[in-house]
Design a protein around this ligand. Structure first.
Ligand SMILES: *Cc1c(COP(=O)(O)O)cnc(C)c1O
Length: 218
């Protein structure tokens, strides 16, 4: 079955990767289904998409257990801020968390990964624009925080994630994230949304988080 929004984005990813001299399969599409329910999500699953993103633990808990019963090979990523009192639920529900951004959360996630014996893919969120209202570790503290995640909490971090400031050219932010990843030996970059995923792919994104371009406006 074909889903027009999904098809358009998958074609966009191939075009952007090829333009950057990269293999399209280096880029994982995370279909961001926040605010959408089963009737909108099922056609995207039926069209072959298997990786989905949600930004709230409670919303994901209400929607996804039933869908994953029907499609056990679906992979679910948490892309929104996490409170430490939700860490147990988050580790249970999700296969990846993109928003590790402070010691308290790193500690809570580490404890739950250990307690539930459930390995998760983890990204550290970096506040590349140093926006006071935005989550993410300050770029100047990223190296030390990554070291702390590994050495103090025993966490294996796969990569970095950012959400550039809404009104700015995202490229300097994508480039900064790629630099921080490189000097810390990290290969995965979660960056790029509906409006800027081609630019993110040009800057090395391995995971793009795309919602409205697939599902429509929220
Ligand atoms: C909602 C959201 C997205 C997707 O945004 P679109 O503009 O709809 O593609 C990506 N990343 C995060 C963290 C989000 O909250």
């Amino acid at each position: 079955m074909v889903h027009e929004g999904l098809k358009k984005v998958l074609n966009g990813i191939v075009a952007a990767a090829q333009a950057a001299g990269r293999a399209p399969d280096e880029v994982t599409l995370i279909a961001v289904s926040k605010t959408f329910d089963g009737p909108d999500i099922v056609p995207v699953i039926e069209a072959g998409q298997r990786v989905f993103g949600e930004n709230r633990v409670q919303e994901a808990k209400a929607k996804w257990p039933a869908l994953r019963m029907a499609w056990p090979d679906v992979e679910l990523h948490l892309i929104g801020p996490l409170q430490s009192n939700k860490a147990a639920e988050a580790v249970q529900l999700f296969d990846a968390i993109h928003t590790v951004d402070r010691p308290k959360i790193a500690e809570a996630i580490a404890k739950e990964i250990h307690r539930q014996s459930k390995p998760l893919k983890l990204f550290v969120q970096v506040n590349t624009g140093r926006e006071p209202q935005k989550a993410g570790i300050d770029p100047d503290q990223a190296d030390a925080f990554l070291r702390e995640c590994r050495e103090v909490h025993g966490l294996e971090i796969s990569g970095l994630m950012c959400i550039p400031p809404a009104e700015e050219d995202p490229k300097p932010h994508f480039t900064l994230l790629a630099e921080i990843a490189k000097r810390n030996g990290l290969t995965q970059l979660s960056m790029g949304m509906s409006g800027d995923y081609p630019a993110a792919i040009a800057c090395g994104a391995t995971h793009v988080r795309v919602g409205s371009a697939i599902f429509g406006t929220r």
